[in-house]
Design a protein around this ligand. Sequence first.
Ligand code: ADP
Ligand code: MG
Length: 381
Amino acid sequence: MIISRLILKNWRNFQSVDVPLQERIILVGPNASGKSNLLDVFRFLRDIAKDGGGLQKAVADRGRLPKIRCLSARRSSNVEVEIHLAESSEEPVKWKYAIGITQEKGGKRRPILVYEKVWSGNELIIDRPDEHDKEDAQRLTQTHLEQINSNLLFREIAAFLTTIQYMHLVPQLLRYPDAFPGQDMPGDPFGKRFLEDLARTSDKTRSTRLNKIESALHDVVPQLKELSFIKDETGAPHLEAVYTHWRPKAGKQREDQFSDGTLRLIALLWSLQEGKSLLLLEEPELSLNAGIVSKLAPMISRLQRQTKRQVMLSTHSPDLLSDKGIGGEDVLLLIPGPEGTEVQVATSQKEINDLLEGGLSIADALLPITNPQRALSSWGI
Ligand SMILES: Nc1ncnc2c1ncn2[C@@H]1O[C@H](COP(=O)(O)OP(=O)(O)O)[C@@H](O)[C@H]1O
Ligand SMILES: [Mg+2]
């Protein structure tokens, strides 16, 4: 399943967003245009739906509602999020889920629901506030999404949202988890527990996945061979590979010797195979050289075709956008303005669309619409 449309009102620096989403989504925009904020909508929904989560915690983890509500919105405006889900971008809508949130006027100023609606196809099956909510306003501090007793009719949405994954791997955390004590982040977005995750996976699944990673890496890191999982004499898990180099004897290396870029790639390719729900990737090009970055998009697509996992990534890299396989409908442009950032599908801009149809890559098609002096940098790429 994929999220096939996103509609927002007053979410952080976006006053109003309504965009279709494909199997692969690439967010392009200048610094501080809201790429991370847009990814955060999906993490927010996950945080509401997951075990031990809920609306109160999801908002509290982000400060308070006024922090989430767009600064250019009127003070009393609601924060609204609506998603549509479908089996693929070609299929009709299977589910819709929408919430509006405001803050209690007095007292604890808790976030409360203005509405919560669920549609199965186009049939409205949950429509709150309902009679029970009118009798007991406390109920509006919780969504049905977070309540097992109340989400029976639409548990597929809850299951999908719970398994949304966000990844922004920090290689040093993966290599030296014990050097960074403190509470682990839910969902392990920075890869601190990546090796433990490998250790928990069954031998068969793990070796299938590592084989796929090795062959995906073949073109970009040809020196790396025989990628495997081992446990050292203390039982600690490691990744190991034979690394061929100019010295005649190839040596074995462990993850502490892999380059930052190689580690990020391995973790990215692992994640692509790990789940079925939306995968959010923050700037996957970090620490990779231009040659590899230009192959990232096709590499992700190849694995994605097997796993059918929807991927949304933010990027700063013209090299990533230079791949001609990236369609204009896959690219969302974040365009900052005085009233907040607008989000547009690249093909909705005629000038860009004409250039794409003329055979240019996204990177080249974005060039002329930007100020020549600032060139791509005004798009943050
Ligand atoms: N509630 C809000 N209303 C308006 N702007 C906000 C809100 N919350 C955060 N921002 C702004 O969003 C910007 C950061 O966006 P971010 O997603 O980090 O950008 P990017 O990832 O594209 O660099 C900052 O300029 C910040 O001030
Ligand atoms: Mg960011």
